[in-house]
Design a protein around this ligand. Sequence first.
Ligand code: SF4
Length: 703
Amino acid sequence: HNKLPAGSYRSTCCYCGVGCGIIVNRDRQGKISVEGDKDHPVNKGMLCSKGMNLHYTVMDTSDRLYYPEMRYNKHLPRHRVSWDQALDRTAAVFKQMIAQYGPDSVAFYASGQCLTEEYYVVNKLIKGFIGSNNIDTNSRLCMSSAVAAYKMSLGEDSVPGNYDDIEQTDCIFVAGANPAWCHPILWRRIEAAKAKNPALKIIVSDPRVTQSCAIADVHLQLMPGTDIVLHHAIGRILIETGRTDQHFLQEHTEGFAKYRDTVMQRSISSAAAICGIEEEKIYSAATMLGNAGTFMTMWTMGLNQSSVGVNKNLSLINLNLITGKIGKPGCGPFSLTGQPNAMGGREVGGLSNMLPAHRVLDNPAHRKEVENFWGGTALSDKPGLTATEMFEALNDGRLKAIWIMCTNPLVSLPDARMAEAALQKAKFVVVQEISSRPETLRYADVVLPAAAWTEKEGTMTNAERRITYLQKVNDAPGEALPDAEIICRFARKMGFHGFDFEQPADIYAEHTQLTAGTNIDITGVNYKILKERRSLQWPYPVGTTGPGTPRLFTDHKFYTSSTKAIIHTFSDDNRSVRPDPAFSLILTTGRIRDQWHTMTKTGKVSKLKQHIPAPLLEIHPEDAEQRQIRDSDIVEVSSANGVVRVKARLTTSIKKGVVFLPMHWGRILDNDLSRANNLTNRLVDKISKQPDLKYTTVQVQSY
Ligand code: SF4
């Protein structure tokens, strides 16, 4: 069945944004094994537990979708159909919805797991030909606060530094992240750097004592939602102790005076009381940053998944700006991307408020450029629905049809029970998937089987702007097709031109042409060069030689209209729904070491279930005692939105007043009581529209 020759193929891990290089070996019988690519600059041969077991997810096809399925009526079961039948019917329904209710009556919900080529064609389809901006991806739940903050402070969504800065820095401030579990290979580089240079200081802020704290010089165990207060306090100490870079502030930034006035308004003792940490620890962290010749700030979901996620991001980036620690080796704000290709999606403009190559939706000239390039319909200036808005719009009937590709929103979206009710009400649901496991399949009118990692070729961009090429290793089972091929076939069924790509390389070539002359110009990149050079960092205009651009802003010219970085000032308030007597604890959700997202891949690997086989609610012993809860008791966790029943794990590693639940588990048979997102609410950041997944008020009692 597999026509590709046995041998070694080069790929990239399809889990997290670290972007480790993988060698996939396939023998003559088609058996696959994986090993870390020793020549890859990111991981130098290392892989974490998830990456090391990736071959099991490919070899075990027991849950794979083999054929398109369809039903004509929501009361009937789906049955197997041909690709033509499935896509003809879907195109007919989409055309009818668009004719009757307008282009904004349909939407695509995609994923940071998609390859760049897949993102590109689906974005082109809905924005350039259907005429709606109703495309969002699960990156909205992941990086959208960081995207907005980069744009506001640096002018564009551009990560300034790279992983090699780790080996060149004096200090790393890891805010609201647990890279030891969630970005393990990156963390191993940090551990190795610290082992080689014990003077390297590590600061971690997190309401939990995580594995990342094991090598921290200071752990700031703050209350959820108080990050801005902490960052402002550190900023105040840096200013008061003369650790700011006056020349950099004068020449290359705007907004410092207002920032200084604001951070001076709160005393360090007041900040310490709000954050729930000792004053001395704030001074220690600030002193480490102030004394460091170079420092990096790193963050992920603890800052991003917040009702004030953009302000949390900006408050951290401000620490780099006031000290001039950006655009130099060992320096810079560094957002750790959650998913393997969230950055690629951002490059193609694959979110509801973006256009390709960092163009801006509300800029008429940008819209015209893209419109002329694509040659389809006029681009709408109306921002499309974001992830949570799509499901709200399905729920209230504004949105009629949704196409879900490569993501499992009924586990990952906040207030998952509302999302489930919304899919029940949808007039038409298309699910494009590799696996029969996702909860969304219960509500699908059309199921389109997709090719998985190793069964298609394409590109991804990791957290440090590194583009890599993934070789196809084996054929997809049954009639499953690559996601880009599915979208292009559908577009042609809709009667749209511009989707006759012969191969993924052609899609990539078109994408690169749209970047010409922009700050992320990659016109010098093509599949041939990527195959030769393994990976490159953008920008990479025509004529570039070597590995690309490891560092941005080395001339301290930023992408703002004034070329200066903007230091934003705002209140340190949190907008989350506060605890009250009924819901007196704060729930924070997150990941565990050996599982990925909603477990549709890692859940198949028995080795990965051994670490933490079932969801546990972490609760502080004093909070447990007040509620007469003992270790391993089944507890009921309730919020204004729903309930969960899981075992309690008493631990002093979580801050008193806070409980933690992993986000991976969904339904187990017909029981949804392991699903953390039964509890979370739909409150979002006003700018990024990223949900407040790290802060839900709950009550816990023995069950
Ligand atoms: Fe894959 Fe991330 Fe692990 Fe690297 S660190 S092997 S990219 S999951």
